[in-house]
Design a protein around this ligand. Structure first.
Ligand code: KE4
Length: 431
């Protein structure tokens, strides 16, 4: 450890020797905000503690899963108890049936569900299923939406791809990306044009129903309804990527909050309670094409493993049995919104705060931020400066302007007041 290096700095130097970029997922590297990523040692409730023992109020919550705060006791205990009976069988278990029945009971329009181990797997499997079901190759995604790192989705993607401004991802072949069509979020005319230009060739439209990977971007009135109508008219499979919104916005996710039904839905994050879990589900008429029932092959050694299932089941059952959690999350997010908005107005800083349920993001823009181009045109350097001002004062925001802040029920009003106070102190320096 060099003179006056923090433990995180020392660990980052060491990590870079054996892990590409020192991290196992690029967004954690602080590459866009600059500085050294903070190495965490433990977390409980609303707080994470780094390798130097410093406490942070957490607005990442593992990028969504920790809705009830870190080390939520019932999930931890369920994992401990289950692990004693083996951590994986590679054979079917009753718990997988209970998990599937619970998801089907909570998610609208989902008759059947297949468990996988990540959101990426869920989205790539859903796309393959839509292609196999329709016999068509092309699909439409939206600029700035992120559906995991499967080749087909790494075209104008959000999250880390946007953060690092990677225009074309090496290794994604032209043969793959030629079937990926893209349109701006909230631009129905652009979608209609793609459909007209590719008549009968489009298998699916996949969307984050409330986008979270370019900051939080909210569908404008009529946009989702328009997409649903296009899919109905053209026989296109409408896929809601609810890896972020599922079971977070409501028990029934964005389908419930927006009142729009999807043909296939993908899940991740919350449904694993912090363990690696993803899932995709939908109408039986489509799902029955998945192997071994049908011929659309999809598989996974650790899909439905008992530890991930018991963690996810405990999490989802808690959410299902305590609907007040959603009001609490929404109220706390609204309180944060009000406080931040007040500080930004007091300091006369042009801004747009996008909030939907417990998803929120702050954009330093004097225009509405309703798609990726608008999010990219904001003063994201200023966001980076805000990020570090907050971090220095023990508030951990997502290290990118192209991410959503995640709220947990473990956040106290005092934590939120402190967050607003620290933001206000930074913004006052801009006067
Ligand atoms: P994973 O493969 O990372 O579990 O899920 C991919 C994915 C799919 N769909 C949506 C809407 C998502 O938000 C994600 C993953 N989200 C990012 C955060 N914006 C994961 C963080 C990371 O890449 O480390």
């Amino acid at each position: 450890m060099a003179q006056n290096q923090t433990r995180s700095e020392e660990l980052f130097d060491r990590a870079k020797k054996t892990i590409p970029g020192g991290v196992n997922s690029p967004v954690r590297a602080f590459k866009s905000v600059g500085g050294t990523p903070i190495f965490m040692e433990r977390a409980r409730g609303a707080y994470m503690y780094d390798a130097d023992g410093k406490r942070y109020i957490d607005y990442i919550n593992s990028w969504g899963p920790m809705m009830l705060g870190h080390a939520y006791e019932p999930v931890v205990k369920a994992i401990q108890d289950k692990a004693a009976g083996s951590t994986s069988f590679g054979a079917p278990t009753e718990l997988e049936i209970e998990m599937a029945e619970l998801i089907v009971s909570m998610a609208p329009n989902v008759d059947m569900v297949r468990m996988v181990s990540s959101g990426t797997e869920a989205c790539m499997s859903a796309l393959r299923l839509a292609r196999g079901y329709t016999g068509r190759n092309k699909f439409i995604k939206f600029e700035g939406c992120y559906h995991g790192h499967a080749d087909a989705f790494l075209v104008k993607a959000g999250s880390g791809v946007a953060t690092f401004n990677i225009q074309t991802v090496p290794g994604v072949t032209a043969g793959v990306s030629m079937d990926t069509l893209t349109a701006p979020y909230n631009d129905l005319a652009a979608v209609q044009q793609l459909v007209d230009e590719n008549k009968g060739e489009i298998a699916a439209i996949i969307i984050e129903p409330v986008a979270g990977n370019m900051g939080c971007i909210i569908p404008e009135p009529g946009f989702m309804e328009g997409l649903r109508a296009i899919c109905d008219k053209e026989g296109i499979v409408f896929i809601f990527d609810e890896v972020m919104t599922g079971f977070r916005l409501a028990a029934g996710g964005a389908q419930e909050r927006l009142g729009i039904h999807a043909d296939l839905v993908t899940y991740g994050k919350v449904i694993g309670g912090g363990m690696p879990v993803g899932a995709f589900g939908g109408k039986e008429e489509i799902m029955r094409h998945i192997a071994p029932l049908g011929n659309v092959y999809q598989a996974g050694t650790l899909s439905g493993n008992p530890i991930a299932m018991i963690a996810g089941y405990t999490m989802l059952k808690t959410l299902k049995d305590n609907p007040g959690i959603y009001k609490e999350l929404d109220d706390k997010t609204a309180y944060l919104h009000k406080g931040l908005s007040g500080a930004l107005v007091d300091c006369n800083v042009p801004h747009a705060i996008n909030r939907f349920g417990s998803m929120i993001s702050v954009h330093f823009s004097d225009k509405p931020v309703n798609n990726f181009a608008a999010a990219a045109a904001a003063n994201n350097t200023l966001f980076n400066n805000l990020f570090h001002a907050m971090l220095e004062n023990g508030v951990y925001l997502p290290p990118s302007a192209f991410e959503t802040w995640f709220i947990s029920t473990a956040l106290s009003m005092k934590d939120i007041d402190y967050t607003v106070e620290v933001a206000g102190e930074f913004l006052a320096t801009l006067r």
